[in-house]
Structures are given as C-alpha cells and as structure tokens.
Write a protein that binds this ligand. Structure first.
Ligand SMILES: *Cc1c(COP(=O)(O)O)cnc(C)c1O
Length: 424
C-alpha cells in the first residue's frame, strides 16, 4: 500500500525523505520502519473529526507498542487501550497519562488489576461477573475505588476474519445485554466500584461503518435501560476495529467513521472514547527484508528472504495479504510468480504466496507493506531468531527506536540447574 509516506522517487522506495535502502544498509535486515508523519496524520484525522465534541482516542497498544510510537501519539493527546500489565508499563513509560488509559481484556489477573488501580487509570472495561467481584475485592483491599465500564457483547457481525471478530454471541468477549444489566446493578451497589461507562469492541479490520452503527444502537438501548435503573454514564467506549487497505480494500476514512458516530451521538452528552489500533499504525510501517536465495523448486519459485513468520506472523496466522514491493524498481523485466518465504523450519513460514514480482537477485531488498500493526508486537524468537530492529523516520532523519536483539538477549534469564539428578 503506497501512500504519501511510502513512495517511489525515481525507481527507489522512500520512507518520507529517506531511501529505505539506506536504512537497510545502516541497520541491517530484517527491520521495521515507521513513518512518524503517517502516524501523526492518521491520529489527527480521527482527532480533528471529533471537533468540539468531548472525546478520548485510546490507541490500542497491542497493535504497536514501541515506546517511540506511543510517545509520539501521547504528545498528540492520545490515551491508551491496554490489555495487560506489560502494556500498562509501556504506556506509562512512554508518557501516556494514566487518566487516559482504559484496560480491556477477559483475563486480567489480580496483580495486574492492583497495578492499574495504583496507577489510577481512567477505567477498567470489565468482561465478566467474576472479574467484577475480583476487582471489587482488590479495590477494597487497597482502599481505592475502581472506575469501571462493562464490556457489552452487542452480537453484531463485523464481517471480518473469524479470528478477529469479537462481538458475536459465540465469542469470549464481553457480556450479553441481560448479563451486562445484572453486572451494572451489582457494580452500582458496591461502594468500591464507580460505574462510569459502557464499552464494546466488535472486531478488527472492519471495512464498513454499518457494524459500528449497529453496535452503537445496541449500546444505546442498554443505556436507556440503565437510565431507568437510575444509572447514568459519563463515557461511551466504542472500541477499535476500523480496517485499512492492505491490497484493494476500501475502508471508510477515520473522519467518515467518526462522523457516523457523532451523527448517532448528537443528543448524548457522554464523552466518546474510541480505541483504534490498526487504522492508526498499520500503513505507517513496513518490514524491510533481503533476498537470501533464489530457489527454483520443481513446481514453484521461491524467494528465500531473511524476514520470517517470527518477525511478521500475519500471513501464517490469518493468511493475511501483505503487498510486497521491490525496493529498487525494475524497468523492463517481466514479473515472475514466486512464494516469498523465510528461513524458518515450517511450511507455514511465508510472507506471500503465488505473488508476481520482478526477477531479483541475491542481496536485493524487498519491502513488506502495511506492517505497522500487529507486526513487531506479534513477533517471537522461534527458531532462536533475534527479533528485528525498529526504526522511526521523520523527514530526512531516521533513528533506531529498538535495537536488533543479540544472541545474548536470546538466553537472558535462562538457567542450567546444577542438581545432582541432572548429572549424566
Ligand atoms: C484489539 C483491540 C482494539 C484495536 O483493534 P484495531 O482493529 O487494531 O483497531 C481495540 N480495543 C480492544 C478491546 C481490542 O482488543
């Protein structure tokens, strides 16, 4: 997905004003490159669309949790949607004020909830009755009231990949309307819980506004019922999920999505929270990788590259499509059909299959596009491969915002026991 931040000048791929080959030369490959300009533009597209309306944009940290990315967004006024204690730690380190942090997720542990309470986050998006009781006990114990909203499962079909749809009855997330009403009642009776909001998140990579509108309407019905129970809310959290273009998708622009929400919220005075992740950072990043070998199988051609499923898992995990571009364009060569595969010992280790690419030789660079969301954050050390470096670009400058892991990093914290029983 080319855009104003990733484009060809002459025959060479640039990130802002930097030729990406220069980044590869300096930092090595594989390497993630993020455009600060693109991140800023995407965030502002959301922010501006809210205009005078009270709102909070809580960036979903799980999409890209690099401190430099979070800090950039924090300085633009972003909050954070977190799903673990580790993400809370990162958000705070990056300078996101705790009162702009909301905490989602079905499996918050006691320790994580205590940590978040001590940090005084804006609210917990509670996903079950048992979690509610656990949080109440911890709040009582710490002598600190917890602000909460209940995550509602609105049972709407986001029409996306089954692994990333979260708002259907059969999904593990949130509470059904009747369950939610009960949870609200319980919470309202507790002096350790302060009911302040309602929350949902219906899925990811959603390409139309209708599912969001349907979810909002379900939430409104519930809010009316809460009102009649004497429970008034200050926040409506609509979650994230707006899709991006990986290939030929045409998702609504952030501004149009916000306009659709605002049209529904005209007569409401609550602060609107949204939790976009992918739609802010997805097309802000690429993964640069180098061709190690050309391999002609008996049925297929393979480009064996130095990036793999441990660096970018989406193709293997969701069969996701990522556009792949040569860093130096070839003028007059006919494309060939190839699988772009990594060095990992799994058949599922591919970045693209049956893709038309120009004939390239050993050592040439490829850019895996749209890799800024759920890229590095899902990376692993499988096959004991050090995790790639991450680079942030701003205009003519770039900086390593996470150094490449070393072999020493790989064995950090490991111990060989010296027990008798281990003697051989
Ligand atoms: C994953 C997630 C998000 C962000 O989803 P995107 O599709 O990246 O916008 C927001 N809220 C919650 C609760 C999530 O789990």
């Amino acid at each position: 997905m080319k855009n104003e931040s990733f484009y060809y000048k002459g025959n060479e791929l640039f990130c802002e004003q930097v030729p990406v080959s220069e980044i590869a030369k300096t930092v090595g490959t594989p390497v993630y490159c993020y455009s600060s300009r693109h991140l800023i533009n995407r965030f502002k597209a959301y922010d501006k669309a809210f205009d005078q309306r009270d709102h909070l944009i809580c960036f979903a940290v799980k999409a890209n949790s690099n401190l430099a990315v979070l800090n950039l967004l924090a300085r633009l006024g972003a909050g954070a949607d977190i799903v673990s204690g580790g993400e809370l730690f990162r958000a705070i380190k990056a300078g996101i004020p705790s009162r702009r942090i909301v905490y989602s997720g079905v499996g918050k542990t006691k320790a994580e909830m205590a940590y978040a309470l001590k940090e005084d986050i804006l609210m917990f998006n509670v996903e079950s009755l048992e979690e509610l009781y656990e949080l109440e006990a911890i709040s009582k114990n710490l002598g600190k009231r917890a602000r909460i909203s209940i995550r509602v499962n609105p049972d709407v079909d986001p029409k996306t990949h089954p692994y990333i749809s979260t708002g259907l009855k059969k999904n593990k997330f949130g509470l059904s309307a009747p369950q939610a009403l009960m949870a609200y009642q319980k919470a309202n009776e507790s002096k350790w819980l302060e009911v302040i909001g309602i929350d949902c998140h219906i899925g990811s990579q959603i390409l139309e506004t209708t599912p969001f509108i349907n979810a909002f309407e379900k939430m409104r019905e519930l809010m009316n019922e809460l009102s009649s129970m004497g429970i008034e809310l200050s926040y409506i959290d609509l979650g994230g999920g707006l899709g991006i273009s990986y290939h030929q998708e045409t998702p609504p622009a952030p501004g149009d999505y916000v306009a659709a929400i605002l049209a529904l919220a005209k007569d409401l005075d609550q602060t609107i929270i949204i939790e976009p992740g992918r739609s802010i950072c997805g097309n802000s990043g690429i993964l640069l990788t180098r061709l190690l070998y050309n391999k002609k199988g008996s049925m297929k051609n393979f480009y064996v590259v130095d990036g793999a499923m441990n660096d970018l898992g989406r193709p293997s995990l969701y069969d996701a499509y990522h556009e792949i571009l040569p860093v130096i364009q070839k003028a007059d060569s006919a494309d060939i059909l190839v699988d772009v595969v990594g060095p990992i010992c799994e058949t599922g280790d591919f970045l693209a299959r049956d893709r038309k690419l120009p004939p390239l030789s050993k050592g040439e660079l490829l850019a895996v596009m749209s890799a800024g969301a759920y890229g590095f954050t899902m990376s692993s050390n499988y096959n004991s491969r050090p995790k790639p470096a991450e680079v942030m670009v701003a205009g003519e400058r770039f900086e390593i915002v996470r150094r490449r892991q070393t072999y020493e990093d790989l064995i950090q914290g490991e111990v060989i026991p010296e027990w008798e029983a281990m003697s051989v």
